[in-house]
Design a protein around this ligand. Structure first.
Ligand SMILES: N[C@@H](CCC(=O)N[C@@H](CS)C(=O)NCC(=O)O)C(=O)O
Length: 218
């Protein structure tokens, strides 16, 4: 059966692949699993049909037969469990790749989202300040340095490319243009290696086509 994922009908990211369907598309492309995409508007995401897929009214979701999943981490973990290519078969290496997925989502992504959100949610609020932005950026810099130190001269986080790298690179991409990750050549090169993968390119093009069609219809 062909799984169906959901994605923004008109993504606010300008088609640059920062919406989280991109990471799921990339995983599906890596393992060679064809998929369908159901596009949802912001309004539809808060309606019962979509809330039955994800009670938080967000994308991406993943449906395959009776299985309905939300949370990009859970979806990619499932894809990686179902198909070879994204997780090592050796049990300890496999567990370490899963650990890196968690690290991306629970150690790197939260401070990055804090910074992202402070850029628009906090704007004009009494607590908005340059000092607060610097604190948020410094928190991220600590993690970026630690990650760069870990990577060193390695191509990937632990052995071959894995779902852990896929997730980490997608999380780091959220910093593009913020003059943060750009200060870490090791991480810039790491991201470029991931983004040079043919599966990444196919996923990027697919989500970009959606954006172009939405722009043309506007
Ligand atoms: N932790 C979730 C986050 C999902 C998420 O934040 N999705 C965004 C798009 S990238 C969304 O649907 N935003 C619209 C909203 O929250 O109303 C995951 O990794 O799947």
């Amino acid at each position: 059966m062909t799984p169906t994922i959901t994605a923004f009908a008109d993504s606010p990211d300008g088609g640059v692949g920062l919406a989280r369907d991109m990471r799921v598309r990339w995983a599906l492309e890596e393992v060679g699993q064809p998929y369908d995409v159901k596009l949802v508007s912001f309004g539809e995401m808060k309606q019962p049909a979509h809330l039955s897929r994800n009670p938080f009214g967000q994308i991406p979701t993943f449906e395959d037969g009776a299985l309905k999943l939300f949370e990009s981490g859970a979806i990619i973990f499932h894809i990686a469990e179902q198909h070879p290519g994204l997780l090592p078969t050796e049990p300890q290496a496999r567990m370490r790749a899963i650990m890196w997925m968690f690290a991306a989502l629970s150690t790197l992504e939260p401070p990055i989202i804090d910074l992202e959100q402070s850029g628009f949610i906090d704007r004009g609020q009494p607590w908005e300040s340059d000092a607060r932005m610097e604190v948020l950026k410094d928190r991220i810099r600590v993690r970026l340095q630690q990650l760069a130190d870990w990577l060193g001269d390695s191509d990937w986080l632990d052995g071959d490319f894995s779902a852990g790298d896929l997730m980490m690179i997608m999380v780091l991409r959220r910093l593009e243009g913020d003059n943060l990750v750009e200060d870490y050549p090791t991480l810039v090169a790491y991201m470029a290696r991931g983004m040079a993968r043919p599966a990444y390119g196919r996923a990027y093009d697919a989500q970009h086509q959606v954006y172009l069609a939405a722009s043309a219809a506007r």
